[in-house]
Structure formats: structure tokens, C-alpha cells
Design a protein around this ligand. Structure first.
Ligand SMILES: [Zn+2]
Length: 80
């Protein structure tokens, strides 16, 4: 497994209104990348992304949904 994602109701990255959202992390090459998207009723689709560790709120949602999973670039997954 090289990626993990979760769907949730969370704050729009632009205006803060609660909106249907999703986010995830993936191993891309030799680094970790994350992204999040909200479908805000006011702003429309709003995207955020970055490299390295995901923001704490996204990390907490991934842990709550899937538990701790070790991702690797070879397609494997381990649950510690
Ligand atoms: Zn918004």
C-alpha cells in the first residue's frame, strides 16, 4: 500500500465552514505527500497539499479511520 485516505466533514480551507471533505497521504518516490479537498457550499472545491508529515488534523483523522499503518513505496503495508 502506498497511500491511505479518509472522507470526513471538516472545515473549508478558505472560509472555515464545515463541508464534505477528504484527505490522504501517499508515498511518492522517496517522500511522503499529503492532500486534502473540501467541497464547500460557498467556495466550491478547495484543495490543499504538501510534502512531509500531514497536518495534525488530517493525521488524526487517518489514524482514527485506519489505525497506524506504515506506508512504503514498494506497495506493501504493515500494521505495527
Ligand atoms: Zn469555503
Amino acid at each position: 500500500m502506498t497511500s491511505q485516505s479518509v472522507a470526513f466533514d471538516g472545515p473549508c480551507l478558505d472560509c472555515g465552514r464545515t463541508a464534505p471533505s477528504s484527505g490522504g497521504v501517499a508515498v511518492v518516490g522517496d517522500r511522503l505527500e499529503w492532500d486534502t479537498e473540501s467541497d464547500c457550499p460557498v467556495c466550491g472545491p478547495v484543495l490543499g497539499c504538501g510534502r512531509g508529515a500531514p497536518p495534525p488534523a488530517l493525521r488524526d483523522r487517518l489514524l482514527a479511520a485506519h489505525g497506524a499503518v506504515r506506508l512504503d513505496g514498494a506497495g506493501g503495508a504493515r500494521w505495527p
